[in-house]
Design a protein around this ligand. Structure first.
Ligand code: NAD
Length: 301
């Protein structure tokens, strides 16, 4: 196979099903050699009996590609470091990391248990940080040894993290945190040849079965807008050398649409040059709000 990722070694976390599987297969179809990670857990993170990473490895190999499975938990130091080590041991290099693994524990905030908060923050936020850290340490060593990487990280945020989503306080906080992590990583790692971007995807997977219930069944013929495979081409491009110069950005990707998300930036502002009284601060805040753009609607509000 040959394509825009010829010669590259790509790690995709949570690639045993859904979006990660689609990304891994799309990278392989563009000539990349893959490490397919998946712990094989249920929708809520509970241990599952299957080994979906191996199935995806078999699919990639059957299509003529190269792939190996990694079954570790990416939110642990052991899992994240062995993931990077697997790429280096099997292929001798690492070029792209796609952070994608995660699960949901949806509850309204008043009903959200501490365990559900911790589990979702852990798998998404720590599960992005640890593989990123271990991959970045490798790329920094390469840069210092005079072998400047052309390295890419693609993180997975969500519309829930950008706009908020009712019943997903834990998930929204984690996915907003991933945007902050992406901005810092892009700024810190540029000197080592590493570009870091994030996507906010939407696709029909087991995670969104209920959300996209009416589009669960692919239309007979025609374009299946909710297929996870629609999100992968942008991820493959961001993970390739062809995306040179693009870093610290967030893209929404759904169906046939790609949107650059424009984040927080200063809006209307007033400076008294001295301390406001609470009454003055309130009056000024209301005046500024009247001049400011309306925020986007929170999903489900
Ligand atoms: N599907 C959507 O519309 C949508 C929208 C916004 C964001 N996302 C994000 O996209 C990513 C993929 O979601 P999906 O819809 O494909 O879900 P999915 O449940 O189909 O796939 C997620 C995979 O991650 C794996 N996983 C979970 N915890 C893991 C861990 N600790 N270590 C390794 N693997 C682990 C699971 O076993 C599963 O195979 C997630 O980060 C999700 O939050 C999805």
């Amino acid at each position: 196979m040959s394509g825009i990722c010829d010669g590259r070694v790509v790690v995709v976390t949570g690639a045993g099903r859904g979006l990660g599987r689609a990304h891994a297969r799309a990278f392989a179809a563009e000539g990349a050699r893959l490490v397919v990670n998946d712990l094989g857990v249920g929708l809520d993170g509970a241990p599952g009996p299957d080994s979906p990473a191996r199935r995806v490895v078999d699919e990639i190999r059957a299509a003529g590609g190269e792939a190996v499975a990694h079954g570790g938990d990416i939110a642990t130091t052991e899992g994240a470091s062995s993931l990077v080590a697997t790429a280096l041991e099997v292929y001798g290099r690492l070029d792209t990391l796609v952070n994608n693994a995660g699960f949901l524990r949806d509850r309204m905030l008043v009903n959200l248990d501490e365990d559900d908060w911790d589990a979702v923050l852990r798998v998404h936020l720590k599960g992005h940080f640890l593989p990123l850290k271990h991959a970045a340490a490798h790329w920094r060593a390469e840069a210092k040894a005079g072998r400047m990487p052309v390295a890419r990280i693609v993180n997975t945020s969500s519309g829930a993290g950008l706009l908020g989503s009712v019943g997903q306080g834990n998930y929204s906080a984690a996915k907003a945190g991933i945007v902050g992590l992406t901005l810092v990583a892009a700024a810190e790692l540029a000197r080592y040849g590493v570009q870091v971007n994030a996507i906010a995807p939407a696709a029909r997977t087991r995670m969104t079965e209920r959300t996209f219930a009416e589009t669960m069944t692919a239309p007979a013929g025609g374009f299946d807008a909710m297929a996870p495979e629609n999100v992968s081409p942008l991820v493959v491009w961001l993970g390739s050398a062809a995306s040179a110069g693009v870093t610290g950005r967030v893209f929404e990707a759904e169906g046939g649409r790609i949107t650059v998300m424009e984040g927080w930036r200063p809006g209307p502002s007033a400076d008294k040059g001295a301390r406001w009284s609470p009454g003055e601060a309130g009056e000024t805040a209301l005046k500024l709000l009247a001049e400011a753009a309306e925020p986007g609607t929170v999903y489900g509000a």
